[in-house]
Design a protein around this ligand. Structure first.
Ligand code: UDP
Length: 544
């Protein structure tokens, strides 16, 4: 069946259900952005020019909101707890609904069993027969629950699963045997999925797919009125929970206070939280639309280093604020920071919000060393002098998200490790004597190549450099999911690569170990990069 765009969200709102603050939060968000989604649907509809889109049967199982996983999030929705995940799930549900797919939503193990056809009362009875869905979106909690309730058949149906995974999962952690043997085993990883099946909040791990979320868009009249009404000396602090204000913040808060009126949206019950200095005008935790209003007036949105990589800075920048955030020296990662410990990635987080730093940058974003009070002081003064326009990258608009999710659903058809419709052989790397040059093998075959081969650019990294960095520094993005021809070589997530000492190329034997992230001082990586669309890094130029 052909999928038809939907602009009426009432059926979706009924499906989301009631009875929990998290669900109410998501529904308020869906309602608030309904008009924006409808406009985006109409735009994408005409952009795609009647192209055939398959209607898919999709199950969304939100594992972290199930009682069975402990649901620690719902009780904290109104108390300053994390909201980023709920923002993202609300937007994923809306995107799938608006794209016209046949959607079922599950927020409990019982509902999951019902949808998968597991008879009630026979909790662990494995699913037999075909999977009644083309795609299942879930998270790590949900994956665990599906394993318990589908038994062995999970393995058979694995390629239909997409895992919403905020911080990303790198191939070395995902590959069970490799992770176990080489010290990459964590509580979350080792599911042996294709790394593309993990979908992240920001495009920070090109081995994974970038799912994202949306932010509010402004029309030209709103943009103009915001710019006229900006209060040049008004700052809003990023941090809705009092603990984010603890320790070591006094120094730069004092400097900030010399120049600006400081506002906060810190949750409190009856008394002002002691962590928040008296000069801060605290509004308490605000509903999303009221936070937007506050951001429309403010000139500066300032991060204290936590939370990492949340939605709020994009909302602030979209409302015409400049986002000031701390640079991390050394970068935070699972090797040196409690928050990331045990997460299935070695990614180095260079600031509180690397996307804002690397993809948006000046004049909207300033990333400075907060320990250097001179640098901090001059950043504040520069911000007060600088005029900026509200800015939202296309990939975080409703149309951008619809475009991306549409492309994934229609093109990421088979995400199996070794076989499937999208498998291509090649590129073939050929070591040349006394040279690190590579040539394309002429026998490259691509039955259903997506992204198309025309988008591919081959690069060799520097020693110690990963393919993420090598591709990025040439203005491309790493796209290392193509199995090369198999030759005998060691098993290593650095491959394909050129060994500088041995002057030879090693190819990747295991499709699950292709990793953009891997790097080593002994190797120069061979990096298939691809071109990208302006404002939509998930898609190559000819990928729509
Ligand atoms: N938010 C809110 N009220 C507030 C502060 C934040 O509704 O007073 C919302 C904000 O609009 C954003 C969401 O909380 O969409 C998540 O924000 P954050 O970046 O803090 O990420 P988190 O740590 O909650 O995942």
């Amino acid at each position: 069946r052909q999928a038809a765009f939907r602009t009426d969200l009432s059926v979706l709102l009924d499906q989301v259900g009631t009875g929990k603050e998290s669900l109410s939060f998501m529904k308020r968000r869906i309602r608030r952005l309904a008009q924006q989604w409808a406009t985006a649907a109409n735009r994408l509809d005409s952009k795609l020019e009647q192209r055939w889109r398959d209607q898919k049967k999709i199950l969304v199982h939100v594992g972290f909101l199930t009682e069975e996983s402990g649901d620690v999030f719902s009780p904290k929705v109104l108390k300053g707890g994390p909201l980023g995940e709920m923002v993202q799930w609300a937007d994923i549900l809306t995107a799938l609904h608006v794209l016209g797919h046949n959607l079922k939503i599950s927020m409990s193990v019982k509902e999951l069993q019902g949808f998968l056809g597991v008879p009630p009362g026979r909790g662990s009875c494995p699913l037999t027969g075909p999977l009644p869905f083309d795609l299942i979106y879930t998270d790590y909690h949900g994956l665990q629950q599906m394993k318990q309730h589908m038994g062995l058949s999970l393995k058979k149906h694995k390629c239909h699963i997409r895992v919403i995974d905020t911080f990303g999962t790198e191939p070395a952690y995902n590959h069970e045997e490799y992770a176990t043997l080489h010290g990459y085993r964590t509580n979350w990883g080792y599911w042996n999925l294709n790394a593309r099946q993990y979908m992240t909040m920001f495009p920070h791990t090109p081995d994974n797919s970038f799912m994202g979320f949306v932010s509010e868009e402004l029309n030209e009249t709103e943009k103009r009125s915001i710019q006229q009404n900006k209060v040049n000396n008004m700052a809003v602090v990023y941090g809705k929970e009092a603990s984010m204000w603890k320790q070591g913040k006094e120094g730069f808060l004092q400097i900030l206070h010399q120049y600006m009126e400081v506002h906060g949206t810190v949750y409190y019950e009856t008394q002002r939280p002691p962590e928040v200095p008296a000069f801060v005008k605290n509004h308490g935790l605000l509903p999303q639309h009221e936070l937007q209003q506050l951001l429309r007036k403010a000139k500066l949105f300032i991060g204290f280093g936590f939370p990492y990589e949340g939605p709020a800075p994009l909302e602030a920048i979209a409302n015409g604020c400049i986002f000031l955030q701390p640079k991390f020296h050394p970068p935070h990662s699972s090797l040196n920071h409690e928050f990331f410990r045990g997460k299935p990635t070695s990614r180095e987080v260079s600031s509180q919000h690397p996307y804002a730093e690397q993809y948006i940058g000046k004049p909207h974003v300033m990333t400075v060393d907060y320990n250097n009070s001179l640098e901090f002081d001059s950043a504040i003064r520069e911000i007060m002098r600088t005029k900026v326009e509200p800015y939202l990258p296309y990939e975080y608009t409703c149309e951008g998200m619809l475009e991306r999710v549409h492309a994934y659903i229609q093109h990421q058809v088979s995400l199996h490790g070794t076989a499937g419709g999208n498998r291509i052989t090649g590129p073939l790397f050929v070591p040349l004597p006394n040279s690190t040059a590579l040539v394309w093998a002429s026998n490259v075959t691509a039955p259903v190549a997506w992204p198309p081969l025309s988008s591919l650019r081959l690069l060799v990294s520097q020693e110690s450099q990963s393919c993420v960095e090598a591709c990025q520094s040439a203005g491309f993005i790493c796209d290392l999911k193509r199995p090369t021809d198999v030759v005998d070589s060691e098993i290593n997530h650095i491959l394909p690569a050129f060994s500088v000492m041995r002057r030879e190329c090693g190819l990747q034997r295991d499709p699950l170990l292709f990793s953009c992230a891997g790097h080593s001082p002994k190797y120069r990586r061979l990096c298939p990069c691809r071109d990208l669309r302006q404002g939509q890094v998930a898609l190559c130029r000819d990928c729509l």
